[in-house]
Design a binder for this molecule. Sequence first.
Ligand code: ADP
Length: 422
Amino acid sequence: EDKGEDKEKVTHKLEPDTELRFEVEAGATVQLELTKGLAEVFGTELILNKKCTFQGGSKLAVYTFHGCTVTLTGKTESAYIAKETPMTMYVNTHAALEQMRQKADEEFTRGPRVMVVGPTDVGKSTVCRMLLNYAVRMERAPIYVDLDVGQGNIAIPGTIGALIVERPASVEEGFSEVAPLVFHFGHKSPGDNLTLYDLLISQLAEMVNLRCESNKRANTSGVVINTCGWVRGGGYHSIVHTAGAFEVDLVVVLDQERLYNELKRDLPDFVKVILQPKSGGVVERSKETREESRDNRIRQYFYGKKNDLFPHTFEVKFNEVKIYKIGAPSLPDSCMPIGMVVQDNKTKLVPIQPSQSLSNRVLSISLGEVGDDDIVTTNVAGFIVITQVDMDRQSYTLLSPSPRPLPRSVLLVSDIPFMDIK
Ligand code: ADP
């Protein structure tokens, strides 16, 4: 490979079973083109001679089973070819899942449900994406469940959700988000309200079961579950809860033997738990980078992954909407009304009065109606940001993906901030 930082275009020749890893420099874009052979990015096949563009900060690997030639145009950081990858192991996991799907087809039963767990930055989302892509490439339509509220791969941070995947992820933009099922959690870490987190996971599992009942192809294709990187204490407890709620068949533990041993000990025997290494290509992200990527994710929701959407800005009067947050501040047991427990408080709908503190906050638009008693466990239609609160005019200014009016009037506030500046 010819090197040279100032040279724009670099050609890389890859041997079979190797991958080219690179990072796009902040503020730059990089074009990737496959010029010979076969290659894939996280399980999505590259199309020969078609250029794909990646934005600054993207971290990628182009993997090839059989060898290929690719060119990179633009400023990359640390582009290198790795000969050691865990790809064969991940493909083996896929092969095992595919066998289970065939069995499900033959026996008219449910397809495999796999959960990927591990600490932060071990490539959990990436492994899920590969498993889903490989399944889709075999004409399957698996359900992707994302419980990582810190990043929010299906909707935005602070939510959990599910999606039937029928096409491979776009190399540039990931999975297309058609009709996702999304629940409002409202925080960036499960620990901010574990009671609610577990409740929503149970609810999501139930809804996924319903979808499986009505969609045979999804049912036999199975479910791939991405989880949070919090694997100790309450986080561990949630992982065990998730395994039960979704009745998972297989748990892939990435890169942590302790977690692997604990899950082998605590999950029932019919759940298979396997330990796999993380890829050396997964880069550790700092707290700042993670925050930045959270922010980007929200910006993409409004402005598009390629900055090609045009969100709307409009006013709504205070009395046109009902804003709630989920979870009242915990009181000591002695202060609670008789018969009420702390748990109830954590999943209680609390009305929020108009105030400046609502500005620059992300809110979910609930599909529930005012007065419904199951708003907390009702899925959401989308998101808005309150950009301004005008106490004189008694109105909020909203940033919204669609023009007025709002589809529903119940809004759930999250503690995730978003500033609408480009
Ligand atoms: P986790 O879900 O465990 O937090 P991710 O799957 O999001 O981790 O991976 C973290 C980052 O590493 C992502 O930006 C992803 O694109 C990148 N990445 C994953 N695998 C590789 C690889 N083999 N080479 C280069 N970058 C990778």
